[in-house]
Design a protein around this ligand. Structure first.
Ligand code: 13P
Ligand code: SF4
Length: 301
C-alpha cells in the first residue's frame, strides 16, 4: 500500500509531511500536520525533521525553506503553483516606495519569494488585520491580493491601504448571486467565507476568515448548518471535526486545480527519489526572511 510505503519512508528519512486543507483527502490523511498557511509556516519553522515534504503550492514550500533554510524542502508537484503569487510587480513596489511617504509594503504569503524580498512584512489571511493594525505607517501597499486588502481596509479605516490588482481565481469566481442562491436553498445555514472572496460576497457572510478561522467558527458555533465559501478541500476537516453538523459548498466553482495536483503517488515519488527540491539563492532567502520573520514577531502575543 502506497500510504504505508510513505509512512515507512518518512520514518527512515526523518521526514515530515505538511499539508494544506485544500489538497486531496487521501494526502491530508497521511500528513503529520494539516493546517492553514500560517499554522503550516510555523510548523515548518519549528520542525526538527531533516526533510519537509510540502503538500501544497509552491509559495508554501518556498516559505518553509525561507523560514528553515537548513532543511531539504520537497514538493510533490513543482507545477502546483498559485497564480496569484505572481500578480504583483517588483518594479511597481520600488516605484511606490519612491513616491509614497510613510509607506509599508505588506505582502500576503501567497506570493513569490522575489516579492517577499521587497516587502516589509508578510501576512496570511489569519493575521493580516492584526499585523497591519500594529504597523506604525499610515500608508500600506498591500500585495498581491486586492480582496484580502479590501477586507483589511474595510475594518482598519485609519490606514490608507493601497490596493494591487491580484486575486485568487478560485475565490474571485464567487458572486453575491452564489451566496443568495445558496441561502435560498439552505435558509437555516450560516455563511462562512474566506477573505480572498470579493467584498460583495464577504458583505453577505456571517463570518469571513482564514481556513483555520472557518474551522474554529464552525466548531464553536451552536448552529448546525453552514454554507462554505472557500476551496472544497476544507469540507473534509469540517466534517471530521463536526460529524453532527451539515456543510454545503457554496458553489462547485470552489476547486483549486493547483492544490489538486498534489497526489499520493507524487508524495511517494518525491520523497523516495528526493526530487523537486525548493532551491532559492542565498540573497533572496535572507531578504525574504526579513519579511517572514517580522510576521512571526508581530504575531507573538
Ligand atoms: P489560508 O490557508 O491562510 O486560509 O489561505 C488560503 C489559501 O488560499 C491558501 O492558498
Ligand atoms: Fe492560490 Fe487560490 Fe489556489 Fe489558494 S486557492 S493556492 S490563493 S489559487
Amino acid at each position: 500500500m502506497l500510504k504505508e510505503e510513505i509512512q515507512k519512508l518518512k520514518k527512515e528519512k526523518n521526514a515530515i509531511l505538511l499539508a494544506h486543507y485544500y489538497v486531496p483527502e487521501d494526502v491530508q490523511d497521511i500528513a503529520d500536520f494539516v493546517g492553514d498557511s500560517f499554522a503550516l509556516a510555523k510548523k515548518a519553522k519549528e520542525t526538527e525533521a531533516d526533510i519537509i515534504v510540502f503538500a501544497g503550492v509552491r509559495f508554501m514550500g518556498e516559505s518553509a525553506k525561507i523560514l528553515n533554510p537548513d532543511k531539504k524542502v520537497l514538493m510533490p508537484d513543482m507545477e502546483a503553483d498559485c497564480p496569484m503569487a505572481h500578480m504583483a510587480d517588483v518594479n511597481k513596489v520600488k516605484e511606490m516606495r519612491e513616491t509614497v511617504k510613510d509607506l509599508a509594503v505588506v505582502c500576503y504569503v501567497n506570493s513569490t519569494a522575489e516579492l517577499k524580498t521587497v516587502s516589509d512584512v508578510c501576512v496570511t489571511s489569519s493575521n493580516a488585520m492584526q499585523i497591519v493594525e500594529k504597523l506604525p505607517n499610515e500608508n500600506i501597499y498591500f500585495i498581491p491580493d486586492q480582496h484580502l486588502a479590501s477586507f483589511v481596509k474595510a475594518k482598519l479605516t485609519n490606514k490608507n491601504i493601497i490596493l494591487n490588482e491580484g486575486y485568487c481565481a478560485t475565490h474571485h469566481a464567487l458572486t453575491k448571486e452564489d451566496v443568495l442562491k445558496a441561502k435560498e436553498q439552505h435558509p437555516q445555514a450560516l455563511v462562512l467565507v474566506h477573505p480572498e472572496c470579493k467584498s460583495e460576497v464577504v458583505q453577505c457572510a456571517d463570518y469571513a476568515g482564514s481556513t483555520a478561522g472557518i474551522l474554529n467558527y464552525a466548531r464553536q458555533s451552536d448552529q448546525s448548518e453552514f454554507i462554505i465559501g472557500t476551496e472544497m478541500g476544507v469540507l473534509y476537516e469540517l466534517k471530521k471535526q463536526n460529524p453532527d453538523k451539515t456543510f454545503y459548498l457554496m458553489s462547485d466553482k470552489l476547486v483549486c486545480d493547483n492544490m489538486k495536483k498534489v497526489t499520493l503517488d507524487k508524495v511517494y515519488e518525491c520523497l523516495d527519489k528526493e526530487i523537486n527540491e525548493i532551491e532559492l539563492d542565498p540573497e533572496t532567502m535572507t531578504k525574504a526572511a526579513g519579511a517572514m520573520d517580522r510576521m512571526l514577531e508581530l504575531t507573538k502575543s
